[in-house]
Design a protein around this ligand. Sequence first.
Ligand SMILES: Cc1cc2nc3c(=O)[nH]c(=O)nc-3n(C[C@H](O)[C@H](O)[C@H](O)COP(=O)(O)O)c2cc1C
Length: 304
Amino acid sequence: MAILKVRIGSLELSNPVIAASGTFGYGMEFAERLDLAAIGAFSTKGLSLKPRGGNPMPRICETPCGMINSIGLENVGVDAFEMDKLPAIRKSGAKVIANFFGETEEEYTELARRLDAMDGVHALEMNVSCPNVEKGGIEFGSDPAFLEKLTAGVKKVCGKPLIVKLSPNVADIKPFAKAVENGGGDAISAINTLKGMSVDVKTRRPRIKRVIGGLSGPAIKPVAVRMVYECARTVKIPVIGLGGIASLDDALEFLIAGATAVQVGTMNFVEPGICQRLAEELNAYCEKEKIADIASLIGSLITE
Ligand SMILES: Cc1cc2nc3c(=O)[nH]c(=O)nc-3n(C[C@H](O)[C@H](O)[C@H](O)COP(=O)(O)O)c2cc1C
């Protein structure tokens, strides 16, 4: 067996394949389709302090090589997560990354404090792509100085590894990666969905009720690989790469470009067992290529 173990801050994962937030429910929904303990970890649907109903339908549509969603961060809320979801997850042996978001700095901090105290939550993933009500709807992740302050504030109340998930909807992602590192974040995950839009020409209506949504799936992979490469060259903390991963080669692309681990999102809807398959294929690949430790693959891009 090749060594596939990777570290995200103080958290050790048995392999670098993680199921991405919003595409894997609260984990147990997938327990019949794969062994939750056989994948590196999974990230929960984004959690908020209070339950949220989400946006009006239609809120997903297919696009060439991808999909657009505008779910609106629907979730059960942190209390129901702890009481109804976490006990079963704990028994499954899964490594759990709790994805969370708030509308104010205080909400972010309060959620981090709550999740940090939960037995069975191994790391936190802070989604900064949602609008800041106090700043007039500007996304938390669209101002590096503010992102650094938010990260530092959250890190103060959180002993578990804090992953900050970056939005790709910025001209230059590097200052945001640096802001996370300067704020004391333990890792970066990149990327969240790209803003997209699709029109039904017969009805002349947008395919998503809210008109604009988030594009994901294989269509965004080259953009994601580029941003992961840029982040990994900018910071020393680990970068978790995601965006369009559908095969072993896709995962390898991210690792070679500098990702310490990868997440699989949209493709879970097509193949619910994909994360376990990719973890197994990664092991077989390393054995075949005589790669004793996955660490030697990470950031091994040759550019000259
Ligand atoms: C239906 C859907 C819901 C999502 N919900 C969340 C979420 O709650 N929090 C979050 O950080 N990212 C969320 N995402 C973004 C994914 O985790 C991922 O960053 C993005 O889809 C790119 O990866 P992919 O191309 O492999 O899907 C969601 C994506 C989809 C498709």
